[in-house]
Design a protein around this ligand. Structure first.
Ligand code: ACM
Length: 505
C-alpha cells in the first residue's frame, strides 16, 4: 500500500516487530531522521545499535550499486531485522519514508499512540524514481502563508518522495523575501491595502490589508530542515514582470520614476514591469546574490512569465537598447536581459529556471524551461533540446478546482480532476511539478484541500512513472481502481496528520 508505488516489491511471509530494544545502524543524520519520524507516535527510542546485527534496522551507503542512481534504494524487511542500502544519503532518506509507510498509519500521529503493534511486513523492495525533478510550487506571494505551514508542507512533500519545493516569493501583490540592501522591498512591497473579494473578474475588493515576509534567517532554517528530508528549495523571484510590488517599493526600478505605484490589490498581470537600465540590473544582481546566499540549491528561478512589453515599447531608452543589440522587437529584450542575469548567476555556480514564455524570446544558455502553457509548450521546450520541467496547467495546476459543483470553494479556473493528473504522460523531461498559485488559496487549509489528493497522484507519476493508457487515451479502469484503493489507504496517513484534503468522490 505504498504511495508512490515502488519499482519492485515482493511481499513475503512474516514480519519484523519493532520494540524498545530495536537498534539503528545508519549514518547519524539518517538515524536522527528515522527517530524524528517514528519515535513521536511509537515511543520507541531506536538507539544506536551496539550488539549483533539481529533486531536491527540497518541503513548503509553502498556507493557501487549503480542501479540505484542518485535517489534509489533497496530495502529488505526480514523477521530478524531491516536492511537498506542506497548509493546516496538521498536514497536512504526515501527509504526512511518507505519504512514509515510500511508501519501502521498511526505512526503519522503527532503524539504517542498506545496499543498498536509496530510491525513491519516482510518485503523486498527495489525502488528508483523515474524522474529526477519532482516538484511542488507554492505561491507565498499572493498570500503570505505562515512559516510553520511551510515546515508542514515540506513534511508532506517528503512523505510523497517529492524532492523540490518551488517557492514563489514575489509577485505584483507582494514581496516576501527580506533583502538587506533593499529593505523597502519588504517594508513597502510586503504589504497591500486590499485583496479581491470573490473572483477577480467580478472586480470587487475587500479593503482588508494583507502582508508579511520571511526573514533570511528563518528561510535558512527552513532550507536546513528541508534538506534533512531530501527536499531542495528553489526560490523564485519573478522578473522582470509580475514585479509591481518591487516597483511600488523602488519607483526607480520602473519605467516612469515619477509614477507612484501601490502594491497590487487585484489578481492578474500588471502592465508595470522593471526597466532595463544598468542601475536596475545591478540592483537585481544584488538581490539575487542575497537570494543565492540563503538558498544553496543549484537552481534559482527568475520567472519570466507574462511580461507585457508596452512600457518598453514606449521607452526611448529601451528602444535604443534594442537597436544597439540589433533586436527587431523590444520583446526580445527580455531574452537578452534574462541572459545577462543567467551569466551573472552562472558566475556564482547557479543555473536558472524560467517560464516557457522565454521560448519565444530566447532562452538563456543553461536555463531550464518550466513549461506551463499546455503540453505543447512541454513539447516545444523538448524539441528545442532544452531541459524541461513539465508543469502544464492542463495536468498540474492544482489551484484549479478539482470538480464542478456548488460545494467547491472558489477557484481561479476549473476543472482538473484526479484522473487527469494520474494519466499525465510527461515524456522525456527532467521531471514534473504541481502548481499551487495562491490567489484563491488564502489559507493553509485551502492549500491542502487543493493539493491533496492530486499532488499524491502527481508524485506517483513523477516517482513511479506514467501509467499505460488505453486505446482512448484514458487510464484503464483496473489501473485506476488499484490506484484509488491504494490512495484511500494512503489518505488515512494524511488523516493522522490532520491534513484537510478533498475527499475521494
Ligand atoms: C504562470 O502560471 N503564470 C506561470
Amino acid at each position: 500500500m505504498l504511495l508512490p508505488r515502488p519499482t519492485r516489491l515482493i511481499r513475503e511471509a512474516g514480519h519484523f516487530a519493532l520494540g524498545p530494544a530495536t537498534g539503528v545502524h545508519a549514518p547519524d543524520e539518517i538515524a536522527d531522521l528515522l527517530r524524528e519520524l517514528i519515535t513521536p507516535a511509537t515511543g520507541l527510542p531506536l538507539p544506536p545499535a551496539t550488539g549483533p546485527a539481529t533486531g536491527v534496522i540497518s541503513l548503509r551507503l553502498a556507493a557501487d550499486d549503480a542501479e540505484l542512481g542518485a535517489e534509489g534504494y533497496r530495502l529488505a524487511v526480514e523477521p530478524t531485522g531491516v536492511r537498506v542500502v542506497a548509493a546516496t544519503e538521498a536514497g536512504l532518506r526515501w527509504a526512511v519514508q518507505t519504512l514509515r509507510q510500511l508501519l501502521p498509519e498511526q505512526v503519522y500521529a503527532t503524539g504517542p499512540v498506545r496499543a498498536v503493534a509496530w510491525w513491519l511486513p516482510c518485503v523486498e523492495i527495489v525502488d528508483v524514481p523515474t524522474y529526477a525533478w519532482r516538484g511542488s510550487l507554492l505561491d507565498v506571494a499572493r498570500w503570505c502563508h505562515p512559516l510553520p505551514f511551510l515546515y508542514r508542507y515540506v513534511d508532506l512533500l517528503a512523505l510523497h518522495k517529492l524532492n523540490t519545493l518551488h517557492l514563489h516569493l514575489t509577485d505584483d501583490q507582494g514581496w516576501r523575501f527580506e533583502v538587506r540592501r533593499f529593505p523597502r522591498l519588504t517594508e513597502i512591497g510586503g504589504f497591500r491595502a486590499a485583496s479581491p473579494a470573490g473572483h477577480a473578474r467580478d472586480g470587487r475588493t475587500d479593503a482588508v490589508p494583507h502582508g508579511g515576509w520571511y526573514r533570511q534567517s528563518d528561510l535558512r532554517d527552513l532550507v536546513t530542515y528541508a534538506a534533512r528530508r531530501g527536499v531542495r528549495i528553489m526560490p523564485e523571484i519573478d522578473l522582470p514582470g509580475h514585479a509591481q510590488a518591487a516597483i511600488a517599493a523602488y519607483p526607480e526600478f520602473g519605467n516612469d520614476p515619477h509614477r507612484r505605484l501601490t502594491v497590487g490589490t487585484t489578481w492578474g498581470i500588471s502592465t508595470h514591469v522593471l526597466n532595463l537600465e544598468p542601475a536596475t540590473f545591478a540592483a537585481v544582481c544584488d538581490i539575487m546574490d542575497e537570494v543565492a546566499d540563503v538558498f544553496p540549491f543549484e537552481y534559482l528561478h527568475v520567472g519570466g512569465d507574462e511580461v507585457p512589453t508596452a512600457e518598453w515599447a514606449a521607452s526611448p531608452a529601451a528602444g535604443a537598447r534594442a537597436a544597439e543589440l540589433g533586436l527587431s522587437r523590444v520583446a526580445d529584450l527580455q531574452g537578452w536581459w534574462t541572459g545577462q542575469l543567467a551569466t551573472h548567476l552562472a558566475g556564482r555556480g547557479r543555473r536558472i529556471g524560467v517560464w516557457d514564455e522565454l521560448l519565444d524570446r530566447a532562452v538563456p544558455a543553461g536555463a531550464t524551461v518550466f513549461a506551463w502553457r499546455g503540453t505543447d509548450r512541454v513539447d516545444a521546450a523538448r524539441a528545442a533540446g532544452l531541459p524541461v520541467v513539465a508543469a502544464p496547467y492542463t495536468h498540474t495546476y492544482f489551484d484549479w478546482a478539482e470538480a464542478d459543483g456548488p460545494d467547491e470553494p472558489l477557484a481561479i479556473a476549473g476543472v482538473l480532476p484526479l484522473e487527469q493528473v494520474y494519466g499525465y504522460q510527461p515524456g522525456a523531461v527532467l521531471g514534473v511539478q504541481g502548481q499551487l498559485w495562491s490567489e484563491y488559496l488564502p489559507t493553509p487549509q485551502l492549500v491542502q484541500w487543493r493539493a491533496f489528493p492530486r499532488l499524491a497522484a502527481l508524485a506517483e507519476v513523477g516517482w513511479s512513472g506514467p501509467v499505460d493508457l488505453d486505446g482512448q487515451g484514458e487510464v484503464p479502469p483496473g489501473t485506476l481502481t488499484e490506484f484509488r484503493t491504494r490512495l484511500g489507504r494512503h489518505l488515512r496517513r494524511l488523516d493522522q496528520l490532520g491534513v484537510g484534503y478533498r475527499p475521494l468522490t
